[in-house]
Write a protein that binds this ligand. Sequence first.
Ligand code: AMP
Length: 934
Amino acid sequence: MPEGVMKAWLESSHLNGGNIVYIEELYESYLDNSASVSAEWQGIFSQLPKVEGSEVEYRHSAIRDEFRALAKQANKQVVVSSGNDAKQVKVLQLINAFRFRGHQNANLDPLGLWQRDKVRDLQLSHHDLSENDFDKEYNVGSFAIGQDTMKLGDLYKALRNTYCGSIGAEYMHMTATDEKRWLQQRLESVQSKAALSVDEKTKLLQGLIAADGLEKYLGAKFPGAKRFSLEGGDSLVPMLKELITRAGAAGTKEVVMGMAHRGRLNVLVNVMGKNPSKLFDEFAGKHDEILSSGDVKYHQGYSSDFVTPGGTVHLALAFNPSHLEIVNPVVIGSVRARLDRRDCDQGDLVLPITIHGDSAIAGQGVVQETFNMSQARAFKVGGTVRIVVNNQVGFTTSVAEDTRSGEYCTEIAKMVQAPIIHVNGDDPEAVILATQIALDYRNEFKRDVVIDLVCYRRHGHNEADEPSATQPLMYKIVKKHPTPRQLYADKLSAEGSLTTAKIDELTAYYRKLLDEGQCTVDQWRPMTEHSVDWTPYLGHEWDDDYDKEISLEKLKELAVKLSSYPESHPVHSRVKKIYDDRMKMATGEKLLDWGMAENLAYASIVDRGDRVRITGQDSGRGTFFHRHAVLHNQEDGSTYLPLQNIREGQGPFDVHDSVLSEVSVLAFEYGYTTAEPAGLTIWEAQFGDFANCAQVVFDQFISSGEQKWGRLCGLTMLLPHGYEGQGPEHSSARLERFLQLCADHNMQVCVPSTPAQVFNMLRRQVVRPMRRPLVVMSPKSLLRHPLAVSSLEEMSTGVFHNVIGEIDELDAKAVERVVFCSGKVYYELLDQRRKNELNNIAIVRIEQLYPFPEQELQAVLKEYQHVKQFVWCQEEPQNQGAWYCSQHNFRAAIPEGTTLTYAGRKASAAPAVGYMSLHVKEQQALVTQALTID
Ligand code: AMP
């Protein structure tokens, strides 16, 4: 190892730790052209380990190992070689330093408040260079300026322009060399400066006039009304228009966006083309849609079409509750559904754009979850363009000190090595360049990319707030700071691109559009391009009839198919036994168990040509070893899915073990299902209590999306639930929480107790045209209960029984007590009733707790009108389960003058006890209590 070079390398502060990347850069130059690096480096590189059979390519891992080993010898005394060659090395280090750390001294903050230390590595002196070297010509290595050598003075200027102007590009954390090279090419070749024609500049100014004009107009017309103004972040409007236009030119057909409230009205009017008169009506309290609750205007979604050079693009802005960032997985799920529908697995045809707040992107865990999902098989969409509207304040919280611990709000993006382009929001041309690079990167590499639009918030959190109370210094500056529109207009007139008269004309024109209540977006078109028609699913009632039967022959045929797999695919012996049993069920030798019934439901759905999509933790196998939809070859690890081999031309069967998240996966599937009415989409919790972590999605989307926004959703959620003595957590899916959310017939809550019931429940969710969420308390021990079996005949009817009456042949007249229950406790009641021959007690199962099947229950109770004692029996503690939320429904169904009592555990803070012996005692007591006539 030549000692001079070694010392230069070891002494570079920015190379220490990051040195591997620097060496890689140098090495890449060497691979391109060995003469581009000094003789000393050539000597080193020529000694590096080679990949077998290759003369020029070297394994990066081997190189890293080599240099890590060398780094350990850092205390070795070495001597610098003199002359231009050593300076050449320094010049390459300087380039590298700018690539690594230029963003830290870039001009990003329009308010000039960011206190950033001068980065030593960006100073010439740090590299033993000085202005005296400015006229010397050096090799620029991989600096993508289009020439091999440059004078140091020119190079230094180019580096400052590229990396320390209005764009601060952070990408050297990425390890994919081709991606880094690509970004360098895009940034360095133009020195981070957009080359815009006058026409493009005019359009850009128009975007700013629109952003500013709308806010001013609303502020004047509706003073004091909350609008969560975009002002300060005005560049978002031209940025979004550029993104959509460029995406359309590249072939994108749909764009789905998600954003919180800040700037939303502006995006609706000035990007999506919502008619401003509609917005004004909303401010005045009018609304044309009749929804049972509706929502505030800054949560509203919107759909429209937008003309681009590549054709019309459909735009959808997702509805969004106040919970920040939660809309991101919803948007991405919606995009995945649209991509699946278009049979596009690369993401080219549909683009997700998520817009984040700076405090929220750093603070909310769901952001991490969606980054983690971004390349996972079940969830990837070819990359999301993520925009941070970084207004440097979170409500009243000072951002840098209180909302995060990282240098930037965007640190989380580094977990997936996404490039992050910070850009000064007061430089709209830089914003456009950043936008173009971000979109092209996403389309090229199909990965997430972040634009950090550094801006400010002109007013308080909302317009009635006084921001100076908490951010006095910031708002002293803001008050004096010209608007982005003003700054850009001044620039264009100063450089002679536009006259002030023209600028005034553009401003007056926008104002006129608002006055006349006309659409402000030239590219807007009425919606024709969306790829799915929801009308067949609208306006249905629960009792509408539908074609539900399925023939026995078809069921048998499907049962055989789903129980078969190639002989060449050896499976585990326990799985083989399950499949052997399934074949017996298919041929009528055995009754069907739960796993078989569930798989048969899926087979019947894909056989109709519909898609089945299941995600959840361990969904392929099933948490409780019961599904086995994916068969793992025990010899080569390959997989075979019988449900993908039902027939030619069948619907897709997608089952995916999900990333280990609940909230973002559930939100993703909500997004998927609100964008795709056909087929069956299931989210499965590993244990039902895991749904706790996704509560916001139940509260704010699933239970109320139709009532707030008119958006239907047929998502099914399987939540394992049942008291088996497994302790407080995995016993309960918190049935009570779902029942408490039930009103307005918003969703179904079911507790099926037989395989035929689960079969018909799942099929009903697809075959019936109604699209409403289905929450299922799914079983654990019932999966293998000898009595929980069904015949193919029961399935063939297609009927899901919301209520199941007494199944034993009791003399109804002799019945003195009727016990209502749901779920697995039924089998315990039945067992004890049979054992003790308590033939004067009938047991009635309520299989659907909401919407409550009042008429069906009354029909079952017809023969028990003489009975005086009615009991609700549940396993859950009294304050949990169905008792508090559903007892009024039972009371309404029982004859007048009779009593309804409770049999179950006493109220408890924890969902269940942790001691098996205590559990057994309690369970026995509640069954006995239910079956004891007073
Ligand atoms: P989108 O593709 O999301 O912009 O939706 C286009 C149109 O389809 C909307 O304007 C609605 O009329 C309808 N639509 C979309 N999603 C739903 C849904 N989940 N429920 C009912 N209608 C929908």
